[in-house]
Design a protein around this ligand. Structure first.
Ligand code: DOR
Ligand code: ZN
Ligand code: ZN
Length: 355
C-alpha cells in the first residue's frame, strides 16, 4: 500500500444547514463528513433557514458551529435587494458574499440588476463575491464585477458556453475565478442512472458535450467544490424534490479515480482542492494539518455507513480508486481507520468568529 500526504483539503461551497434544517445536516454531521472526505476547512453557504443575510442569523450559526464543528469553517454571507450596507459591515467575519442570480433551493434570489451592481460596488474588494450565475447571469455577473474593479468567484460552472466564457474573461485579464463540482464532471444527463427526484440538482447535470468542455478547460478551473447539498431520502422521493446532492465524502475518491485513469495528476487535485481555495478565500494557515491517503485502494462508497445525514449519495455503487486514511488537524488526529476520532468543537472559525 502506498501512503501519500496532502494538505488538508478546503471546500469553498458547502450547504451545512443547521438551525431550522438540522434534520438535513448540522455542523457536527457536516464536518464529520468533511473529515471523512479529507477536508479540514469548509465554507458554509447562506441559503439556510433563517438565511445568513444579517448579523443576528450569522451569530446563531457561529454559536452552533463553535460547539459542534470537527473541522475549520467559514461563513459566506447572503445578498438581498437591500442588505448591501449590512453585509459590507459584516465582511470581516465572512469568507465572501454569495449572490444568487438564478432560482435554486431557498429564496435568496436577487431580482434586480441594481442589487448586483450595488453589492459589487459596496462589498469590500479584498473579500470575494461568489455568484450562482448560470447562462446569461454568468455573463452579467462577470461584467458587473469587472466594471466595479473587484474579484468574483463563479460557483459550480456546468455548461460548455459558461466555462468557455470564463476562460475568455480570464484571458482578457478579468479578476474571475471559478469552481466546478464532481457531479458536473463525472455525470451527464443520459448516463447518471439516478431516479427522478434524486437527480434534481442546480445547475442541472449537463450534456456529454458540456462535460467534455469542462474537462477540456481544466486550466480555467480554479477549484473543485462539492456543493454538498444534503436533503433526506424522504425529501428527494417526494413529489416536490428539492435540488441538491451530498458530496463531501465522495469528492476526493472521485478525483483520485480520475488520477488513476490518467485524466488528472495529484498536483491538479492538490491545487484545486486545497492551494487555490486557500489563496482565493485568504484562508489562514492550519499548522501541522495534513491528510494521508491511499491513492489506489479500490472501494465502493456506502452512504448508509457515511457521516452525512443525507443517507444517500449519487455515486453510491460506483467503483472508486483512492481513499482517505487519516486526517490530522493542528497536530491532533481527527479521523483514522474509517472513524472520526476528534471532538466536536475542535474546528475553528477561519475569521475568528468575533468582531
Ligand atoms: O442543487 C442545489 N442545491 N443547488 C443549489 O444551488 C443549492 C443547493 C441547496 O442548498 O440544496
Ligand atoms: Zn448554487
Ligand atoms: Zn450550492
Amino acid at each position: 500500500m502506498t501512503t501519500l500526504r496532502l494538505p488538508g483539503l478546503a471546500d469553498p461551497h458547502v450547504h451545512v444547514r443547521g438551525l431550522g434544517q438540522r434534520h438535513k445536516e448540522d455542523f457536527a454531521s457536516c464536518t464529520r463528513a468533511a473529515l471523512a472526505g479529507g477536508f479540514t476547512t469548509i465554507l458554509a453557504m447562506p441559503n439556510t433557514k433563517p438565511a445568513i443575510v444579517a448579523e443576528p442569523a450569522l451569530r446563531e450559526y457561529q454559536a452552533e458551529a463553535r460547539v459542534e464543528a470537527h473541522c475549520d469553517y467559514g461563513f459566506h454571507l447572503g445578498a438581498t435587494e437591500d442588505n448591501a450596507g449590512e453585509v459590507a459591515r459584516l465582511a470581516p467575519l465572512s469568507t465572501g458574499l454569495k449572490l444568487y442570480l438564478d432560482p435554486t433551493f431557498g429564496d435568496l434570489k436577487l431580482q434586480k440588476l441594481t442589487a448586483l451592481v450595488e453589492h459589487a460596488a459596496t462589498f469590500p474588494k479584498h473579500v470575494p463575491i461568489l455568484a450562482h450565475a448560470e447562462e446569461h447571469s454568468l455573463a452579467s455577473a462577470m461584467l458587473v464585477a469587472h466594471l466595479a474593479g473587484r474579484p468574483i468567484h463563479i460557483c459550480h460552472v456546468s455548461r460548455k458556453v459558461e466555462i468557455e466564457l470564463v476562460a475568455r474573461a480570464k484571458d482578457k485579464g478579468f479578476d474571475v475565478t471559478c469552481e466546478v463540482c464532481p457531479h458536473h464532471l463525472f455525470l451527464d444527463e443520459h448516463g447518471h442512472g439516478l431516479p427522478a427526484g434524486f437527480c434534481e440538482v442546480r445547475p442541472v447535470i449537463g450534456t456529454k458535450e458540456d462535460v467534455r468542455a469542462l474537462w477540456q478547460n481544466l486550466d480555467a478551473i480554479d477549484c473543485f467544490a462539492t456543493d454538498h447539498a444534503p436533503h433526506t431520502r424522504a425529501e428527494k422521493s417526494s413529489d416536490k424534490p428539492p435540488p441538491g446532492f451530498p458530496g463531501l465524502e465522495t469528492a476526493l475518491p472521485l478525483f483520485l479515480t480520475a488520477v488513476h485513469e490518467g485524466k488528472l495528476t495529484i498536483a491538479d487535485v492538490e491545487a484545486r482542492m486545497a492551494l487555490n481555495v486557500r489563496r482565493i478565500f485568504s484562508l489562514p494557515v492550519q499548522d501541522d494539518t495534513y491528510i494521508e491517503i491511499d491513492p489506489d485502494e479500490a472501494h465502493v462508497f456506502e452512504a448508509a455507513r457515511g457521516e452525512s445525514r443525507a443517507g444517500w449519495n449519487p455515486f453510491e455503487g460506483v467503483p472508486l480508486r483512492g481513499r482517505v486514511l487519516r486526517v490530522v488537524l493542528r497536530g491532533k488526529e481527527a479521523y483514522a481507520g474509517g472513524r472520526i476520532v476528534g471532538a466536536p468543537g475542535d474546528g475553528r472559525d477561519v475569521r475568528g468568529g468575533t468582531p
